[in-house]
Design a protein around this ligand. Structure first.
Ligand SMILES: [Zn+2]
Length: 123
């Protein structure tokens, strides 16, 4: 789903997209002359790579996110949770994918290794 920046107004609008088994939904609105705010939630199931054994496994995700999209370049120190849309298009599909990717890049253990880790702690 792609929406031109100039067509986004101050009244919040809902969005709902599906990327494979992950659903991304929420609202977006214009929060400044060159800025829109997107608040959403990722829900579904996705693939993770275990940080201990390297095995991939499917697990549910449920994560809220909030970010701002701007239609002009941002200073590096402001770039956290900011998406630059220099072509004037807000690409919700790529926002959803990169939010999913950032959750996948966090530290994860597969159920097997997570069990072992609990066991080690008990010892
Ligand atoms: Zn593992």
């Amino acid at each position: 789903m792609q929406i031109p920046f100039r067509k986004i107004h101050e009244s919040p609008k809902p969005f709902h997209i599906k990327d494979g088994r992950v659903e991304c939904s929420g609202t977006f609105w214009r929060s400044g002359k060159h800025k829109i705010t997107i608040e959403g939630k990722l829900e579904g199931e996705t693939e993770f790579i275990c940080d201990r054994c390297g095995k991939s496994y499917g697990a549910p995700i449920e994560e809220s996110f909030s970010l701002e999209a701007v239609d002009r370049p941002v200073k590096v120190e402001d770039s956290l949770d900011m998406v630059e849309c220099l072509d004037g298009i807000v690409d919700f599909d790529s926002i959803c994918r990169s939010e999913t990717a950032s959750i996948q890049s966090e530290y994860h253990l597969c159920p097997e290794c997570a069990d072992k880790e609990d066991f080690e702690i008990e010892l």
